[in-house]
Design a protein around this ligand. Sequence first.
Ligand code: DC
Length: 229
Amino acid sequence: MAVDGPSGSGKTSTSRGVARALGLRYLDTGAMYRALTWWFIAQGAAGTGVGEEAAGLDEERIAARVAEPRIEVSTDPDDPWTRVDGRDVSDDIRTSEVTARVSSVARVPAVRERLIGMQREIIADAEPGIVAEGRDIGTVVAPSAQLKVFLTAASEARARRRAAERGDAVDDTEADQARRDRLDAAQSAKAGDAVLIDATDLTLEQVVGEIAGLARRRSSLACTGDAAN
Ligand code: DC
C-alpha cells in the first residue's frame, strides 16, 4: 500500500496505524532521505554543498558519495528505527538542521536512484505486505501498489500539527512547510489512481479507519505477499 502526501498531513501516524490495524510491515521512505542527509551533514556540509542552494548545490559531490553510508530501516510499525553505518540515528534525523537540508539532497537524481532501489527491495521482501509512506510511492517506487492513498490537509492544519509536535511557532512552521513543498514538488505528484483523503477535519482514528476499510474491501490485501501491496 502506498501512502503519499505533503509534510504535516499525518502520513506517518496514519501509515503506522494502518499497518498495525492490518498486520502489515511499515516503511518510512522519508527517514531514508533524512538518514542520507544526516550522513552528509556529519561529513561536513561545507565539503558537500548540502543545503547551500544559494551558492549552487554541489550535486556532483553528493552523487559521488551517495553509496558510501550503509542505511538500514526497521519495518516494524511499533519500532521504526533508522540506522546509518550501524548507529541509531532515529532522533538525529528529526532535527531542524536535517529538515532544512533534506529537500536539497532528495532532489539529486543519484540519491533517488539509490534509495528507490533499496525501497523496492524492502517492499518486495515484506511479508505479508507493507504500508510504504513517502512522496513518490504511488507514482514511482511502487506504481502497481494495490491501494494508493494521497493524504493531504489544509496548509494551516498541517502547520499546526507539526508545530505542536515540535513546540515551534505555527507561522514559522507554515512558512518553512511552504518552502519545502516547493522544493519537493517535482517528486510529490498524486498518482492518477490514488484515493485522495483530506484529513483537515478528521481525527487520526477516522483516517486510519477509512484507509483500513478501503484496504479490506480491496481483495485479500492483508494476506498477499505481493511486491507492492
Ligand atoms: O516525509 P519527511 O518529511 O520525513 O520527508 C523528508 C524529505 O524527503 C522531504 O523533503 C521529502 C523527501 N522525500 C522524497 O523526496 N521522497 C520520498 N519518497 C520521501 C521523502
